[in-house]
Design a protein around this ligand. Structure first.
Ligand code: ATP
Ligand code: MG
Length: 344
């Protein structure tokens, strides 16, 4: 079965052709990172406009790279939620129109499901059920339980910021570029990860909180520089030495990773029948998170790095398992494929 997966939930315009659940025949991603690096974050209207400009060329290239035509395609899958509204609209309207023109079944896929299914791409060894998934991205931080394909239960979620967002905001305080995740890792390479101690947010059960950690970094930087808490955060970078930036980056990264894993370990203790652990989302590219998860938990899976951020291949893989689970296609004329809030 050949599925065209389309993804436009944030600032990547992506399309991919995937055979069944795993064989990626093409993977085209046009990122707007260079545009938003200047602003330190995504501007929704600008993102939507850019999606519109490159959407069809990206779909055409995905078909050409896979050496396939519309006749070969069995289904179209598209991210329908969650994400930026204007960005999602471009992807869903494109997918709906293509489904009508080319008479293909349409699957509207939840973005976090897709991040999890990135772990099935281009690999023979696949996760075993029941599994626990740690989804760590720019907009989400969740622990989900999967007893079988297409069967998701959220057992922990962030009460405020997502971990990726926290990496991005801490990077901004330290004067590092957007996106913050990779920038923090490289700045922290020569840093002392034990130099600064940040309290881990005290949230009961399996939920997370990251806004407190971001504020803890801000206050510690101000204290270290002998500046008052009223001192604007955007100016702190002008007072930090490169060694201080390295130490703050390394100490923050260590705290964030340890906090994520302490919750995942708690989830394992509560679900001892778990057979594998699946880490997903943009932050799953993080080296320290990868090595620490492997040290602390058994049978751990990460997506290939090129599939950890947003891409169309993971959308196609998620749709494949929806089809196998008997999910009916979406009516491309219906208007109700736009954002729903829960994973479904
Ligand atoms: N090596 C890394 N270490 C830590 N964080 C990283 C790394 N690489 C990317 N990130 C972070 O991943 C985030 C982007 O991930 P992703 O593209 O999955 O998020 P999103 O699609 O914007 O959000 P969501 O998937 O929740 O809708 C950014 O916050 C970025 O800083
Ligand atoms: Mg994403």
């Amino acid at each position: 079965m050949l599925i065209l997966g389309i993804e436009t939930s944030c600032d990547e315009t992506a399309a991919s052709i995937v055979e069944d659940e795993a064989k990626v025949l093409s993977n085209v991603v046009v990122s707007q990172i260079d545009i938003f690096a200047e602003y330190g974050g995504v501007i929704p209207e600008v993102a939507a406009r850019n999606h519109l400009e490159v959407m069809m060329p990206v779909v055409k290239k995905a078909l050409a790279d896979a050496n396939k035509t519309w006749d070969d395609i069995d289904a179209i899958a598209v991210t329908h939620t969650p994400g930026l509204l204007g960005s999602l609209l471009i992807g869903t309207l494109t997918a709906r129109t293509l489904a009508i023109i080319h008479q293909k079944p349409l699957y509207a896929v939840h973005h976090l499901k897709s991040h999890i299914y990135a772990n099935w791409l281009n690999t023979k060894k696949t996760p075993e059920f029941p599994l626990l998934s740690l989804v760590v991205s720019g907009g989400h931080t969740q622990i989900l339980k999967m007893s079988a394909h297409n069967d998701f239960e959220i057992i922990g979620t962030t009460r405020d910021d997502a971990v990726g967002e926290c990496f991005d905001k801490v990077a901004k305080i330290l004067g590092l570029p957007y996106p913050g995740g990779p920038a923090i890792t490289s700045a922290g390479k020569n840093g002392d990860s034990n130099k600064y101690k940040f309290p881990k947010p005290n949230v009961e059960n399996l939920d997370f909180s990251f806004s407190g950690l971001k504020t803890a970094v801000l206050r510690t930087v101000q204290k270290e520089l002998n500046l008052p808490i009223s001192h604007p955060s955007h100016d702190l970078k002008n007072h930090l030495s490169s060694q201080q930036v390295a130490d703050f980056a390394a100490s923050f990264e260590k705290t964030a990773v340890d906090y994520l894993l302490s919750k995942l370990e708690k989830a394992y203790a509560e679900n001892p029948e778990t057979k594998s652990f699946v880490v997903a989302g943009g932050v799953s590219a993080n080296e320290l998170l990868r090595s620490e998860t492997e040290k602390r938990l058994p049978n751990v899976f990460f997506p290939e790095r090129k599939f950890s951020g947003d891409n169309g291949a993971m959308v196609a893989a998620a749709a494949y398992f929806e089809i196998k689970s008997g999910v009916e296609p979406t009516d491309p004329y219906a208007l109700n494929i736009m954002p729903r809030s829960s994973i479904a």
